[in-house]
Each structure stands twice: as structure tokens, then as C-alpha cells.
Design a binder for this molecule. Structure first.
Ligand SMILES: *Cc1c(COP(=O)(O)O)cnc(C)c1O
Length: 400
């Protein structure tokens, strides 16, 4: 039985499953599954007894053998309801998917659990990635888990804690004087000589499939009732493709019905190629004074596809400023959520869309907090907090 194969998103030609991402026509290849085969073992009842990890959906993941799975306990992150915010905002329901609780502190764990499993299954011993940070630490962790070598290339201003994290996992770490696409060129150029496999965005089919599990999980956690709107912080865009793919497969399985959620990409103003593509402008902005986060991808490889999927779901894309992101980080913090700048950007996007009336009282909304605030600590100014020794000191500070 053939579990899955690759189908071109442009010309619909199919080919056997493999570690390739481009069709001869140049189109992006997507994994397609024999869903009738999947249904034999993947049932809603069966899910009740499965592991609390993304591998509970193994029938919809591209590994051939279960013992090839490289796992650190990724996925099955909480989806929590924001009841206090709901009482104040003109919307029906609001949830946050807490992706920062993944093994490497970001949703990138999912993509690399899946991608590294595929490499491992084929005996590949060395992998590389161009990254803004979280992909690097995820590749490093999963390679370490599998006993493989990782080479990671991140911009010079990558948050220090993430660099440290990569080193702790034993990766070969290089700082690149440039953006993520400059790092990408280094990885591509070196692959023949160095013998590393390029696990960059949309270079192999595993990462999108891993990210897809965010959508599967969210649907299961909402008892197969999809929300009206999903706000997602977008960089390279494979998260959006993954979510879209999840809902399409669930529809084909007959587990969800009706319209797909309106997908919204949030980017940081100044590095907003997806927003520009949705609005029909050419990509603009220098990107150099935007934050060194997962959103800083000036040249996403499949910008057109992302814009198309957003439009297809009647979604949109918004650019929010650094100031709005900082404010949003505090707004989520005050609700108990440790949000990375990217995760906080979704809250800022939500505020904007409510203001514009694009999100209203009938809408249930899910925000994705893709990473933990702590990883970006070095980007914050040193906090000023009073130092005290006695209660009298406390009283003094409280008065001032
Ligand atoms: C990589 C990353 C993003 C962007 O995700 P894409 O799927 O590449 O669009 C968003 N947030 C965080 C924390 C990231 O690490």
C-alpha cells in the first residue's frame, strides 16, 4: 500500500514521495495521502488513546515506518480560551494556541521532528538550515536526538539565547553577515561539497507536514468545529500552507464541514512581502531596521502561493509596527501569556482587524503564539526593577 506521494500545486503532476520540493514545472510539491487507507486506522475514537504529541496523526505524516520517528514530545500544545479578553472585545470567542510550549520553545519543533525523521529514515547524517533562529535550534535539537550533525546559519543579530541553545545541542553554528536569504545561498552553495541536506523553507516536504499538525490539533481541541478566523505570524509562509493543508485533509476525511477559517498573515511593517503581495504591490521595504525574528523574511520563496491561499479563504494580511508588537507583548503578558514578538504580533493584528471591523461579534478567533518571550530576552532593554532589603524599602519604593 502506498501511503503518500507528491503532487505539484501548480500543474497537478504526481511523483513518488521523496525529499524534493519542486516539480519539473517549478511548482511547489505537496504531500498527498491515500485518505481511504488513513481512515482504516485513524478514527476519532482511536485518537482518544493516542500519544499527546503531534505523532498522534501519524497516518497523515509522511514517514513510512513508526520506528523512524525522531521525537522530543512536540505538539499537543494547549489551546486556551481568553475569557477576560472575550468580555472586553467585540468578538464571539478568542483562543491562543500555545506553541511556545514545544520542546525547543517554538512551533518549529513540529516541522523539524517531521523533516529530521524523513532524513533519518533515508540514512542522511548531516543537515543544514538558513534560519532567523528558531528553525536553527529545532534542527539542532532533532539532529542531536537522532545522532546526526547539524549546521545552522543565522543572521548576526540573532537573539543570543537562541545561539546558545544551538550550541548546547551541539550544532555547528555560523553567524551570517546578511539576511536569512543570504544564509540560504551559503547552504545551497555548500551542499554538494559539504554533503549536508538543505532543510530550509520549502526545500523538502517534511517541514510543512509537521506544521500541518497545528491545524489538526486545533480542530480536534475545538471538537472539529473550525474557528472563523486564524491569525498567524508569517515569515517564510510554510505555517500558512500547513494550516490550509490540515483543513483541506480534514474536510476530505469528512471530519470538518463548511467554510475554511479566514487565514490572516501578520507581518512586521517594513518587512511585509506577503502583505504587499495580498494588496497587489511589489515587495518593498529595506527590512534592515525590523526586529530579528521569524517574521524577517524579505524574500519568501513562495510568496504568490501564500497570498493566493489567504485570498482563497477570504483572509487577509496585515503589517503591524514594532511599537504595536511591544505593546501587544505586554497586553498578552498581563493575561498570563509569555508571547514572543511574533506571537504578540497576532494580538496587534487582532486589535487592528477589530478596529477596521474586519473581525466582529460573530467571529471566533484563534491566535498562534509561535514562540516564547524568553528566547528574545536579549532584544529588550535591561529592566529597571527596585532592589530592596527591608519592608521599609518596599514602602519607600511603593510611594515613589
Ligand atoms: C519561523 C517563525 C515564524 C514564521 O513562520 P513561517 O511558517 O515561516 O511563516 C513565526 N514565528 C516564529 C516564532 C517563528 O520561529
Amino acid at each position: 500500500m502506498i501511503k503518500c506521494w507528491l503532487t505539484c500545486m501548480k500543474c497537478a503532476q504526481t511523483q513518488p514521495m521523496g525529499l524534493v520540493s519542486r516539480c519539473a514545472c517549478g511548482g511547489l510539491l505537496a504531500v498527498e495521502y491515500d485518505l481511504e487507507l488513513a481512515k482504516r486506522t485513524l478514527t476519532k475514537e482511536a485518537l482518544a488513546d493516542r500519544a499527546s504529541s503531534m505523532w498522534r496523526y501519524i497516518e497523515l505524516l509522511p514517514v513510512q515506518r513508526e520506528n523512524a520517528v525522531v521525537s522530543l514530545g512536540e505538539g499537543w500544545t494547549p489551546l486556551i480560551r481568553m475569557t477576560r479578553a472575550e468580555a472586553q472585545l467585540p468578538l464571539k470567542r478568542l483562543y491562543v494556541k500555545r506553541e511556545e510550549q514545544n520542546p525547543t520553545g517554538s512551533f518549529k519543533s513540529r516541522g523539524f521532528s517531521s523533516a529530521v525523521s524523513l532524513l533519518h529514515e533515508r540514512g542522511i547524517a548531516k543537515a543544514a538550515v538558513p534560519s532567523n533562529g528558531n528553525a536553527a535550534s529545532a534542527l539542532a535539537a532533532y539532529c542531536a536526538r537522532a545522532g546526526m550533525e547539524a549546521y545552522v546559519f543565522v543572521p548576526q543579530d540573532c537573539p543570543e539565547l537562541i545561539i546558545q541553545e544551538c550550541l548546547n545541542y551541539g550544532a555547528h553554528v555560523y553567524l551570517v553577515d546578511g539576511f536569512i536569504h543570504d544564509a540560504g545561498r551559503i547552504v545551497e552553495e555548500g551542499k554538494a561539497t559539504e554533503g549536508w541536506f538543505n532543510t530550509g523553507t520549502m526545500r523538502e516536504p517534511g517541514r510543512v507536514e509537521g506544521k500541518k499538525t497545528m491545524g489538526l490539533e486545533m480542530a480536534e481541541q475545538l471538537e472539529w468545529q473550525l474557528p472563523d478566523v486564524i491569525v498567524y505570524p508569517t515569515g517564510g509562509g510554510s505555517g500558512i500552507i500547513g494550516l490550509w493543508k490540515a483543513f483541506r485533509e480534514l474536510k476530505e476525511l469528512g471530519w470538518v464541514h463548511g467554510e475554511l477559517p479566514r487565514l490572516v498573515s501578520v507581518q512586521e511593517a517594513g518587512c511585509q512581502p506577503i502583505v504587499d503581495a495580498v494588496q497587489g504591490f511589489g515587495a518593498g521595504g529595506s527590512s534592515s531596521d525590523t526586529l530579528p525574528t521569524g517574521l524577517r523574511v524579505p524574500e519568501p520563496p513562495d510568496c504568490g502561493i501564500i497570498a493566493e491561499l489567504l485570498k482563497q479563504t477570504k483572509g487577509t494580511a496585515v503589517a503591524v509596527t514594532q511599537g504595536e508588537i511591544m505593546k501587544a507583548q505586554q497586553a498578552l503578558g498581563k493575561q498570563g501569556i509569555s508571547a514572543s514578538p511574533e506571537g504578540a504580533a497576532t494580538w496587534a493584528g487582532l486589535m487592528r482587524l477589530i478596529e477596521e471591523g474586519w473581525i466582529g461579534t460573530d467571529d471566533s478567533v484563534v491566535l498562534f503564539n509561535t514562540s516564547h518571550a524568553i528566547k528574545y530576552e536579549s532584544l529588550q532593554p535591561k529592566p529597571t526593577v527596585p532592589v530592596i532589603r527591608t519592608y521599609a524599602n518596599f514602602v519607600h519604593w511603593k510611594r515613589n
